[in-house]
Design a protein around this ligand. Structure first.
Ligand code: ZN
Length: 298
């Protein structure tokens, strides 16, 4: 890893305040540098607030349009390491992303609720991650209205060192957080989805004039149950799609050591068809009810 002359990084943020008291919402874009929909959506919301197209009536909102500026400039996911796995305080911040994390954790310390906007590399439906379920987060997720809501991602990691996400850090500080995957990186629809996600979040929190617009479209709730890391020789038995149903006993894939079969009726989740040994290969999830989405499983 490279060393940097300047060890204190300040990432640009913009704060807007309403006239009445209310929650402090923090909105992150481009935690991963090539995921630009959040940045574009935040810029549009800020412009609409400045031009009084939107009126902030209560609370305050802090926007960080670009959380990973160097990676954004180079249109890459990260520069030294995946920022959304190392969100914590780093006493000795050597990598670019650990310096960014030191700044972003300060912003999270000051907020009540975090909305983190992402996109994916392949064509996909939008979805929302809620690692620590709460009725307020479910209400926001229903207003944003993606087809799929995924619960308790970080619980399937063998140790917390591998999964220090923005949500993990927010929860550790007593804050609420949700992560929105808005669609494919380059799809203009992803930016529209991200814009609407910000508006619906602010309306659900009664910060903006106008009521949230919950849709009657059905939503699927899934809970993570397993995570498998890629080993030497890893190969899928077929080209699995995200959230594809697999029956108990179905062969999912194999590597040099063993075969992987579905331990129960479940859903293949976020299969990585080309990746590095030691990194996430695929997850399994099970369908749960909306009630499970409002309250954590004890
Ligand atoms: Zn991302």
């Amino acid at each position: 890893m490279r060393s940097f002359m300047v060890m204190i990084m300040e990432i640009t943020k913009h704060t807007f305040k309403g006239t009445k008291t209310g929650p402090h919402l923090l909105v992150f874009g481009a935690i991963h540098g090539n995921e630009i929909c959040g940045t574009l959506a935040i810029q549009k919301v800020m412009e609409d607030l400045r031009q009084n197209q939107l009126t902030l009536k209560a609370g305050q909102v802090t926007f960080v349009p670009c959380c990973n500026p160097l990676s954004y400039a180079n249109n890459v996911r990260f520069t030294d390491e995946d920022l959304n796995r190392i969100i914590k305080k780093h006493p000795q911040a050597k990598s670019y992303e650990s310096q960014a994390a030191n700044c972003l954790t300060r912003y999270i310390d000051d907020c009540d609720i975090l909305l983190d906007l992402h996109s994916m590399g392949s064509p996909c439906e939008p979805c929302i991650f809620i690692d620590h379920p709460h009725p307020t987060l479910t209400a926001i997720a229903k207003a944003i209205n993606p087809p799929d809501i995924l619960l308790e991602w970080e619980k399937v990691y063998p140790d917390s060192e591998h999964c220090q996400s923005t949500e993990t850090y927010a929860h550790s500080q007593g804050k609420m957080g949700l992560t929105v995957e808005c669609g494919q990186h380059t799809d203009p629809q992803a930016t529209h989805f991200a814009y609407n996600a910000i508006i619906q979040t602010m309306r659900t929190l009664e910060m903006l004039q106008g009521a949230p617009q919950p849709s009657n479209a059905p939503q699927n709730f899934y809970r993570f149950t397993h995570l498998f890391f890629r080993q030497e020789g890893a190969e899928f038995a077929q080209k699995w799609r995200n959230l594809q149903f697999v029956e108990k006993g179905t062969l999912i894939g194999h590597d040099d050591q063993q075969q992987y079969t579905a331990p129960s009726d479940c859903f293949i989740t976020m299969p990585v068809h080309q990746g590095k040994v030691g990194k996430e290969w695929f997850y399994l999830t099970e369908k749960v009810t909306e009630t499970d989405a409002a309250f954590p499983q004890s």
